[in-house]
Design a protein around this ligand. Structure first.
Ligand SMILES: Cc1ncc(COP(=O)(O)O)c(C=O)c1O
Length: 359
């Protein structure tokens, strides 16, 4: 039985700190659905300021933040959105934009660094002259950091370029910024500058920032007014939500500064894992808090078995297929956890290979 747990499953697994719990206990609250919760207002005003947008809205999850954002921008039936083919919105959000919003997704190939080629984006924009048969392109979505590519950062230069393309064609730009603070810290670009070209951004509070629940959408005043109405439609209007927003305010104050250290520790673990025979990490892709670990062919270990064996040592992570695993850092993981994890990986791989050879 392991005496220590190092939880790499996701950055969503963090527990609220004492300061968060204390802030939640003393939070001033009121009914937010009718627009009276002072702590929700405080969080929304703070987030709008940090992100350089007019207004903000607290929502229960980043999935809902993305859904509301797409639906506000595509509020006419027959709308189409350009999304990366490996984007979170396209793959992991139950196709909500289509099933609930009637919005048609037009996918463009996502590159390994999480970008889409600008010329492919432009080529995917529907010619309005073909409106008899085409849906109408209304929105482009980016994701920063890009989770499927291992938490890679989308640069400000690229974002600006996509913003220019959107403007040129009369489209809106939404950023799924579930981990936008990780990107801002890793790139060394202030977060408001990073999202300047965007009309709306979803920011997750319960991932790298370590708050227990919620996301915030930011955008113009008129965008947020429409988003508030849609939030209610979707059942995302919550009453004394200040309890959750109080924890998020602490997260904003205390945890943004910890992201750099999460990224350094991720790099350290990635380098160490690469030294273990049978394992491979593309260390150049580890830009923030996510590592994709590959098991080399012929090593005799499967991702599922490695995961199970590591669990015995208290190391928790996720298998993504038979030879790939995902490791995610958050502020509960210390430098000594990294060293402990490395020794456990080495042991698990040795034992796995031994069993495979019948020793
Ligand atoms: C990039 C990205 N966007 C959106 C989401 C959805 O967040 P939630 O689970 O809060 O709905 C996630 C969740 O992991 C994500 O990684």
């Amino acid at each position: 039985m392991a005496t220590r747990t190092v939880d790499f499953r996701s950055d969503t697994v963090t527990k609220p700190s004492e300061a968060m719990r204390a802030a939640m206990a003393r939070a001033e609250v009121d009914d937010d659905v009718i627009g009276h919760d002072p702590t929700a207002f405080k969080l929304e005003a703070e987030m709008a300021k940090i992100m350089g947008k007019e207004a903000a809205l607290f929502v229960p999850s980043c999935t809902m933040a993305n859904l509301i954002s797409v639906l506000v921008h595509c509020d006419v039936r027959g709308s189409e959105v350009i999304v990366g083919d490996t984007s979170h919105i396209h793959i992991y959000e139950n196709g909500g934009i289509a099933t609930l919003g009637g919005v048609h997704p037009r996918t463009v190939r996502s590159n390994e660094d999480g970008t889409m080629d600008i010329d492919l984006i432009e080529a995917a924009i529907r010619d309005p002259k073909g409106e008899l048969v085409y849906p109408t392109t209304r929105l482009i979505c980016l994701e920063n950091t890009h989770v499927h590519s291992g938490g890679r950062c989308i640069s400000v230069e690229y974002t600006d370029k996509v913003g220019e393309v959107a403007k040129k064609h009369g489209l809106k730009l939404h950023i799924d910024g579930a981990r936008i603070f990780n990107a801002s810290v890793a790139l060394g670009v202030p977060v408001d500058r990073l999202v300047k070209a965007a009309d709306s951004v979803s920011v997750c509070l319960s991932k790298g920032l370590g708050a227990p629940v919620g996301s915030v959408i930011v955008g113009s005043n008129s965008f947020i007014t429409k988003a508030r109405r849609l939030r209610k439609t979707l059942g995302g209007g919550m009453r004394q939500v200040g309890i959750l927003c109080a924890a998020a305010l602490v997260a904003l104050q205390e945890n943004v500064a910890k992201l750099e250290s999460d990224h350094k520790k991720a790099k350290l673990l990635a380098d160490g894992l690469n030294e273990i025979k049978g394992l491979r990490v593309d260390t150049s892709s580890v830009e923030t808090n996510i590592i994709y670990l590959h098991i080399e062919e012929g090593s005799g270990i499967s991702a599922g078995k490695l995961c199970k064996d590591l669990e015995e040592y208290g190391i928790l992570l996720m298998a993504m297929g038979s030879s790939r695993l995902r490791i995610v850092f958050h502020h509960h993981i210390s430098s000594s956890d990294v060293q402990y994890a490395l020794s456990c990986f080495q042991l698990a791989v040795n034992n796995g290979a031994k069993n495979e050879n019948g020793n």
